[in-house]
Design a binder for this molecule. Structure first.
Ligand code: 8YV
Length: 326
């Protein structure tokens, strides 16, 4: 009998075909998100789940879906999955690293540029018919080239950002991470390791690229923002919950930092209404990995993982390989 799987979000046609060639597929259609009770109901009897960053996999859900053996997310982040609970129950979890690194770093740099150079503010003004004349300080923003880029979280995406900044923009690179990079990588990137507080103090532009967890929840809050330069910009391409949005609103309103660019939000797709009232912020709807080639690569990698996991092969990018073989 063919194993049953759930494709929990609309997926590319070739991915559905590939999975349907191997499994009995229940595929969610349309762009809706399954509510937790719908997800639980649709997962009954399913051996595998193809999910995205929006479906939460909790211990309770796993207990309610005992047939589930593999959860394959089309995202590099996996804070929506209780990995320990999966491992304890022998459920394999896979994610999609590497294939989105460069694309997400591109977006991070674009957001940094847009934020520092006040591009959204300029476009709003132009569209509103408010571009009347020139003045010497009209929409004068912050310099990017030659300044210091602070990177909080120096994994694959952080390093890809560092390369763009150093080799493309002649920036100084400073970073803070759970663990220090090997000395030759630091040398190649020209990256200086700093304590988190020193990074906050020294960065002209600070980009957040660290994984979200209980430990990183609100790790940028009022105290951290107060260490930053009043001319600094803050860019978040990681997860919304890393930043205390109310503290950020206050800091931006009082110009304790110059500007912020956010691709991710704590309650997304709901956006804290106070953020919408600020001029000095660029807001984009979680599009870090959103190019067609990259999204296809992510979707195909998630499918490769699921096929391998449920057919006894070795999945390409497992997060808890210790549960193998299933
Ligand atoms: C995903 C992301 O598009 O990979 C991640 O962790 O944040 C994005 O690239 C999003 O999570 C949907 O799966």
């Amino acid at each position: 009998m063919r194993k049953k799987i759930l494709i929990a979000r609309r997926a590319p046609a070739d991915v559905i075909e590939r999975l349907a060639a191997c499994f009995e597929v229940d595929a969610v259609e349309g762009d809706g998100v399954l509510a937790p009770d719908e997800l639980r109901a649709r997962l009954q009897g399913k051996a595998g789940a193809y999910i995205t960053g929006t479906e939460r996999i909790t211990a309770e859900l796993l207990d309610a879906c005992p047939a589930l053996r593999a959860v394959c997310t089309m995202s590099v982040g996996y804070n929506h999955i209780d990995l320990a609970a999966c491992t304890a129950r022998g459920v394999l979890v896979t994610n999609t690293p590497d294939v989105l690194t460069e694309t997400t770093a591109d977006l991070g740099f674009a957001l940094l540029m847009a934020t520092a150079r006040r591009m959204s503010e300029g476009e709003r003004l132009l569209r509103d018919g408010q571009w009347k004349s020139w003045s010497w300080d009209f929409l004068a923003g912050a310099e990017v080239h030659g300044t210091t880029l602070g990177i909080l979280g120096m994994g694959r995406i952080g390093q890809a950002l560092a390369r763009r900044a150093r080799f493309g923009f002649g920036m100084e690179i400073a970073y803070h991470n759970r663990s220090r990079l090997p000395a030759d990588t630091e040398r190649e990137l020209g990256a200086r390791y700093l304590s988190k507080d020193d990074l906050l103090r020294q960065a002209d532009h600070l980009v957040l690229v660290l994984p979200y967890s209980a430990a990183s929840h609100h790790c940028i809050a009022a105290a951290e923002l107060s260490l930053m330069k009043p001319t600094a910009t803050l860019v978040n391409i990681a997860r919304g919950g890393i930043v205390d949005e109310n503290a950020l609103v206050a800091a931006l309103r009082e110009r304790r930092i110059a500007a912020a660019g956010l691709d991710v939000f704590e309650g997304e797709p709901r956006v804290n209404p106070a953020l919408l009232t600020l001029p000095n912020i660029v807001l984009i709807p979680h599009i870090g990995s959103a190019t067609l080639p990259t999204r296809l690569a992510m979707a195909r990698l998630a499918a490769d993982n699921l096929v391998a996991a449920l057919t006894g092969a070795t999945p390409p990018t497992p997060l808890n390989p210790e549960v193998l073989p299933l």
